[in-house]
Design a protein around this ligand. Structure first.
Ligand code: 13P
Ligand code: SF4
Length: 298
């Protein structure tokens, strides 16, 4: 039996659901039961009925699934797949920032550890960050950890915020010159950018959105060619959903931790029923509140 069929067999036998992020390898997206952006994955994780979740992506995503499903077995095939941005804002640094600005609300991008989430008032993703900030109705905000998403949202919502200095190395690597060169190579192509890109790059984009928002935009658009300023894993669904359109991503658009999980590691995780995501009870409880508050804004 091949790896794919064995995965299917074990999923059925064990009552497991496989969730995967839009940046995962094509071979992982193909065996997943659900593929989405961070927001859709959090919502899906809150609705899962199966007793076991196999989470393909990076640790902050699998931790969110565990926080929302404390009684389920949440398994991450590659437990060392950590988003570097999530490491740029530790719980103790966040505690210091809160002490320095008592009264300010902490809005945290989901790209953070569970321990940091436990110190937040509300979470957000790139898909709903403006809505989250608007829900706070002008309160003082500390926004962590992505300075680019924070600057974009502050401008969109017209609300000044205290920005953390974190960033995504993958999106930060896109430069205005790179975009200029791609526009020259593909004249007339629509430019879609993830809000983790630096502001000078976002200013060159026709559309700014989360990975799933880009998928919807490209599918609905009458245009036929797109420059896509996000991780190249998104190409799989872009091409599947819009087979007659052309998509181009920068050469450097690779997130290494997202590429760690493959079909073999998913199979191993199903066979071993591990490694499981394990979180401290207190952290788990405290981190649920900001995540649920975000999901309730839907
Ligand atoms: P999305 O929420 O748009 O899927 O993005 C997650 C992420 O990590 C982007 O780098
Ligand atoms: Fe983290 Fe960037 Fe990878 Fe997203 S693309 S998981 S923000 S390193």
């Amino acid at each position: 039996m091949n790896v794919r069929d064995r995965i299917q067999q074990l999923k059925e036998e064990k009552g497991a659901v496989v969730l995967a992020h839009n940046y995962c390898l094509d071979e992982v997206q193909e065996i997943a039961d659900f593929v989405g952006d961070s927001l859709a994955l959090s919502i899906k994780a809150s609705e899962v009925t199966e007793p076991m979740i196999i989470f393909c992506g990076v640790t902050f995503m699998a931790e969110s699934a565990k926080i929302l499903n404390p009684d389920k077995k949440v398994i991450m095939p590659e437990g060392d797949a950590v988003c570097p941005m999530a490491n740029m804002c530790s719980a103790s640094q966040l505690e210091d920032a809160k002490q320095a600005r008592p009264g300010a609300k902490v809005v945290g991008y989901v790209n953070t550890s569970a321990a940091s989430k436990a110190k937040m008032d509300i979470c957000c993703t790139s898909a709903n960050a403006v809505k989250v900030i608007e829900s706070l109705k002008g309160e003082e905000v500390i926004f962590v950890p992505d300075q680019n998403l924070g600057a974009y949202v502050a401008e969109k919502a017209g609300v000044p915020m205290h920005l953390w200095e974190g960033f995504c190395p993958t999106h930060q690597a896109f430069t205005p010159q790179m975009v200029e060169d791609m526009k020259a190579e593909f004249p007339g192509a629509v430019v879609m950018a993830h809000p983790e890109c630096r502001m000078e790059v976002l200013e060159m984009a026709d559309m700014v959105g989360s990975t799933s928002q880009m998928l919807a935009y490209a599918a609905d658009s009458k245009e036929k060619e797109f420059i896509v300023l996000t991780e190249r894993g998104l190409l799989h669904r872009l091409r599947r959903d819009s087979p007659l359109k052309k998509f181009h991503v920068p050469e450097v658009a690779v997130c290494p931790p997202m590429k760690m999980t493959d079909q073999r590691s998913v199979l191993k995780a199903l066979e071993n029923e591990g490694p499981e995501v394990e979180l401290d009870e207190e952290v788990l409880k405290a981190a649920r509140r900001p995540l649920e508050r975000m999901i309730s804004l839907r």
